[in-house]
Design a protein around this ligand. Structure first.
Ligand code: FAD
Length: 391
């Protein structure tokens, strides 16, 4: 604890990684502020629900003393999976074999909505830990630390800055010039509210869980969200600038439905209700990955975690889990008496973090290839029926 005694810590970014770190440091009595660009805690966090893994996300939640709160807020059954072909014919389902609750089992990956996960942490952080409406734009050296500058004109001093501001991190360039590369895959996100009425066929097929549908190098990935909403992604290989080059109006359901019919010509019309009933706009998400051999020189007053450090494709469901494990490991190093200097504590954290996440990013890239291959359906059936059982 000596190395950060009387030091002011600034975390920039209130995603899963930043919030976990704020909580874990606060539990150990550290002076910590979290600067988040969202205007307030009611700003809606967008994106698909997250599945938490026993050895990473759930380990961090346990360390944060939040497992009981998690159990009250996760979505039982949302981790159950159906694999289908382009005709919406089910080729694999674990709905009858997977228990609703199995905490402690390494294969149990409970799903939680992003907003619910954020609220778990906001509910227990001391008041005024999170400084909302703090859109970081730049920082300059001051004494041994940094003076951070925000879009709204405010500034803040910190002895140690931790960048948790996601894949487009504005702080990362202060540490390294290495940039993420485009994975070759873009995911087009849509969300259908009141899915029982608005997309009844798909809602029945989904049955509160997840669907992965594969056909001809393209796929549709669907998941249950809160308030009977279905979130889905049409995922396919294309150019990095597909969204702007396509000329598509992402606010126009009919235009996007027609695009789907052209892009996914072999796919059954059952899927159309998703596109017809999405609450526009659709959101195109080109998927990026940090180079797996990246490295940078440690400095003792700035470090990175989560997507800011190691953004990776979502095809192994690991990004948020790795961000939360980063937070757990970094908090342990910063508060340990084992290290004599901050440099040593941060350097050890960064070396381990880069090794750990390089392996996972490689796996995510490989899964992306398997899921967008001509034989994607066979690949995924094999993965779920053979590989998972052997684990
Ligand atoms: C389609 C898709 C599906 C995914 N599914 C999964 C999954 O199932 N499981 C999983 O583990 N991961 C999944 N991921 C990955 C996961 O979303 C990310 O890895 C995770 O959110 C990273 O957490 P983070 O805290 O590092 O950053 P983020 O979640 O990106 O949070 C960054 C925070 O910083 C704030 N911020 C950004 N810039 C600034 C700034 N300049 N100033 C102040 N604040 C700023 C943002 O508002 C945000 O709150 C998925 C990703 C995608 C795209």
């Amino acid at each position: 604890m000596k190395i950060i005694e009387n030091k002011q810590i600034a975390i920039v970014g209130g995603g899963p990684g930043g919030l976990t770190l704020a909580r874990l440091l606060q539990l150990k009595g550290v002076n910590v502020k979290l600067y988040e660009r969202d205007l307030n805690k009611n700003s809606r966090v967008i994106g698909s629900p997250l599945d938490m893994h026993e050895e990473s996300g759930l380990a961090a939640i346990r360390a944060a003393n939040l497992l009981e709160a998690f159990k009250k807020n996760y979505r039982p059954g949302a981790d159950r999976m159906v694999i289908a072909n382009e005709h919406a014919e089910i080729v694999y389902s674990d709905h009858d074999s997977k228990p609703e609750e199995d905490f402690g089992n390494e294969h149990f990956r409970p799903e939680i909505d992003r907003q619910a996960l954020r609220n778990l942490f906001l509910d227990v952080l001391q008041t005024e830990t999170v400084v909302w409406d703090s859109h970081f734009i730049s920082m300059e050296k001051q004494n041994d630390g940094w003076l951070l500058k925000f879009k709204n004109g405010t500034t803040a001093y910190a002895d140690l800055v931790i960048a948790a501001d996601g894949v487009n991190s504005k702080i990362r360039p202060y540490l390294t010039d290495i940039k993420a590369f485009y994975s070759g895959i873009t995911m087009l996100e849509g969300n259908v509210k009141g899915a029982k009425d608005n997309a009844p066929i798909i809602a029945k097929l989904l049955n509160g869980g997840k669907i992965m549908a594969f056909g001809n190098e393209k796929n549709l990935l669907l998941g249950q969200k809160e308030n009977e909403e279905i979130g889905f992604y049409a995922s396919f290989k294309t150019d990095e600038n597909w969204a702007s080059n396509s000329g598509l109006n992402f606010k126009d359901n009919i235009e996007i439905l027609n695009w789907f019919k052209t892009k996914y010509p072999e796919w059954n019309s059952i899927w159309y209700e998703l596109f017809e009933n999405t609450t526009a706009p659709f959101i195109p998400r080109p998927i990026y990955c940090m180079p797996t051999d990246q490295t940078w020189k440690t400095i003792s007053n700035l470090t990175l975690l989560g997507d800011a450090a190691h953004a990776m494709p979502p095809f192994a469901g690991e990004g948020a889990n790795m961000a939360m494990l980063d937070a757990l490991e970094l908090s342990e190093n910063l508060c340990s008496d084992k290290y004599v200097t901050l440099y040593e504590a941060i350097s050890t954290y960064e070396i381990n973090m880069r090794h750990r996440t390089a392996v996972i990013a490689q796996e995510s890239l490989q899964n992306g290839e398997l899921m967008h291959a001509v034989d994607a359906l066979q690949n995924m059936i094999k993965m779920f029926t053979i590989d998972f059982k052997q684990d």
